[in-house]
Design a protein around this ligand. Sequence first.
Ligand SMILES: Cc1cc2nc3c(=O)[nH]c(=O)nc-3n(C[C@H](O)[C@H](O)[C@H](O)COP(=O)(O)OP(=O)(O)OC[C@H]3O[C@@H](n4cnc5c(N)ncnc54)[C@H](O)[C@@H]3O)c2cc1C
Length: 497
Amino acid sequence: MPTNQTIIIGSGMAGLHAGALLQAEGVQVTLLEAAAEWGGCAGKFQRGKFRFPVGATLGIGFEDNGIHRRVLNYLGADLSVISLQQAMTVRIGGEDFPYFTNREQFLAMWAEKEPETFPQIAAFFDEAWQIASALRKYMSHYAVLFPRTAYEWQALFNGFNIRSLKLAPYINKTMKTLVDKHGLADTDSFIHFINGTLLDSMQTTYEHVHLLLGATALNVYHEGAYYVEGGLYRLAEELVESIKINGGTVKKPSRVVAVARGNERRWSVKDHRGRHWEADNVVFNTGINNAADLLPSAHRDKLSKKFIRHSVPEKQWGAATMYAAVKEDVIPPDAALFYQVLVDPAQPAEEENHFFVSLSAHKDLKRAPEGFRTITVSSHIRIENWQSQYAYDDKKAKFIAAVKRELETLFPGFNQAAVHFESGGPVAWERFVLRKSGTVGGLPQTRENALWNAVSHREIGSGLWLCGDTVYPGAGTIGAASSGVHVARSISGKKIL
Ligand SMILES: Cc1cc2nc3c(=O)[nH]c(=O)nc-3n(C[C@H](O)[C@H](O)[C@H](O)COP(=O)(O)OP(=O)(O)OC[C@H]3O[C@@H](n4cnc5c(N)ncnc54)[C@H](O)[C@@H]3O)c2cc1C
C-alpha cells in the first residue's frame, strides 16, 4: 500500500488543482464529488441541445505565467482558450465603458469618458497597477501566510524584491485610501466601474476591499482575459483526466457524509452510499461552512475562533442566476461576450440592479447548435433577504423580470427569440454544488477577512486540509486554484511549481 494516500472531497477548482498536482507527484488520490458534474461553481449543466456554465464564465489565469496555464503545462495537458481584447463591456445607467485588456486602450477610453478627471484616473490606475505588479511576483510563487516549511519560506523570500518594500505603506489600507488620494470619490462613473469589478472578484466595494487585493483585481484583466470554448468546465475535465491518466481515482456522484479516525491514525471517509475509504490526508474542497459539519466532533469542538468567525454564512453573498438560449439573429455581430450591467447607478449594485451577463461565442457548438447562443446571467444577492418562501418567490420573480428587461435592452427582440429560460437562487446553489445556505464566491476580501486574517489551508491540522474560495487567498477560480497548490505542496512536501 502506498504510504501517502489522499482523499479530496469536492471537485471545485481548488480540489481539482490539488488532486491533479498530487497525483502527478505520486501521491495516491481519490477524489469524491457529490454532484453529477465536475467543477462545482465552474461546472456546467445540459438542457437538451444547450449547455450552460453554472457560474464562472470569464477565464483568467491562462496567460503564460497564470496559475491555470502553469498547472496545465506542468501536467502536460492543454486547453486552448481565446484571448479577449475587451474583457467585457461595463454598462452603467445605459452608457457603455469597454473594459479593454490593453492598458493604453483602457486609459484612452477613460480620457474620452471623463476628460476632466482623467489625469487623476490615470494616476490612480498607474499606482494600482504598480502595487499589483509588485504583489504579482509574490503571488507567482504561491507563498502562504504564514510559512512553516523550508520551501514555504523560500516561496515567500523569492516573491520579495526591492520593489516589495514599496508595498509597506499600503499593507493595512483599503482601496478607499487610493481613491481619496487621487480625489476620485465623486467621479461617479469611475466609482461604479471599479466597484463592479471589485464586487465580482473580491466580493466587496472600494471602501472595504483590502488595498493590495483590490489593486490585484483592477490589474487582473490587463494580464489577460479569456473565453474558453464550451466553458470553464473544460478546465475541470482536463484536471480530472490528468488525475485518471496518472493512476488516481475519481468518483461522482459520491457525497461525503462523515470523516472519522480510521485505523493506525489514518482517516476514514464515508459517502452517502455507505462506501468507505481510508487515507493519510483528507482535503476539504467543500467550503469551510460545510467542512465543519463533516468533521469528527473532537475536531469540531477545537476549531479556531477564526474558522468559526469565517464560517458564518451571513458574511458571504449568494447568487441569483438565469440561463437562456436564444436565436442568434438578435445578437448583434459586434456584441461583447461579457457584460456587466448596473441598471440604476443610484441604487446598490446587487439583486435586480446589477448583472454579469455571459454569452456563448458565435459558433461555439459545445454550448449551442448553429444559429443559437446561450446566455448565463448572475447577480449578487443577500441571502438573508431570501429566507421565507414568500420572500424567495418574490425576489426570484423580480430578478427574472429585471434580467429579461435588461436582455431585451441589450439585444432588442431577445424575449421573442428566446427558446429556453431557467433560473436559480440560493436553494439551487445549495442543492447542486452543496454550498451551505447557497453562499458562493468566497468571503469579501476586507482587511478583517483577507491575507493573514484568512483561514489557512492548514487551519485544522492532523492531516485534514482546506482549499477553495473560502480559504486563503480566496476569490474566484485563480484564488481557489492557488489554495489547491498550497495543499498539494503541504501534502507532497514538494515545491512542485
Ligand atoms: C455566479 C458565479 C459567477 C462566477 N463567475 C466567475 C468568473 O467569471 N470567473 C472566475 O474566475 N470566477 C467566477 N466565479 C467564482 C468561481 O466560480 C469560484 O470561486 C470557484 O469556482 C470556487 O471553487 P472552489 O474550489 O472553492 O469550489 P466549488 O466550486 O464550491 O466546488 C466545491 C465542490 O465540492 C463538492 N462538494 C461539496 N461538499 C461535498 C461533499 N460532502 N462530498 C462530495 N463533494 C462535495 C460540490 O458539489 C462542488 O462540486 C463565479 C462564481 C459564481 C457563483
